[in-house]
Write a protein that binds this ligand. Structure first.
Ligand SMILES: [Zn+2]
Ligand SMILES: [Zn+2]
Length: 75
């Protein structure tokens, strides 16, 4: 398991499903697209609309294209 990134700050969180552990799948709050108190990711940094995230559960690090400013697609 990767160490927690030194940039990880609990004050900067993002609600993006983790592609590694997908811990949102059995969660009703996440399924409804609401800000879940249990399933959130550290927002390490961002390059424009590309977010660099780390999952606090499995420590997976990945990039997510947020299409910031565009209408959010329902999933
Ligand atoms: Zn994860
Ligand atoms: Zn959840």
């Amino acid at each position: 398991m990767l160490p927690l990134d030194p940039q990880a700050d609990i004050g900067r969180r993002a609600w993006v499903p983790c592609p590694n552990c997908a811990d949102h799948r059995r969660c009703t709050t996440c399924q409804e697209g609401r800000a879940c108190h249990a399933h959130w990711r550290y927002l390490l940094s961002n390059t424009g609309s590309l977010l660099h995230l780390q999952c606090p559960s499995c420590r997976h690090v990945w990039s997510h294209e947020s299409h910031f400013g565009a209408t959010r697609h329902g999933e």
